[in-house]
Write a new protein. Structure first.
Length: 74
């Protein structure tokens, strides 16, 4: 029996694949869990403006910033 749903397995496969690539990636997403797992740096944009740019762990720790821009902590 498969202990993980297909969506979780597919996500894990994608994350592992992306981690192995020796390239810089530009990703646009609201998936903060994906961002947290893959990217050491992130930029938050709201209405076309950069509102935060820095270490992912620091930005995700700022609950007020996330809430103000419609994001949720993973």
């Amino acid at each position: 029996m498969n202990p993980l749903p297909d969506s979780i397995r597919a996500r894990r496969t994608l994350i592992n694949l992306l981690r192995e690539l020796p390239i810089t990636m530009l990703v646009s997403t609201h998936d903060m869990k994906l961002v947290e797992e893959l990217f050491p740096r992130m930029i938050v944009m709201d209405e076309g403006m950069i509102v935060a740019d820095g270490k992912t762990k620091d930005i995700l720790a700022d609950a007020k910033l996330l809430e103000a821009h419609g994001l949720e902590k993973p």
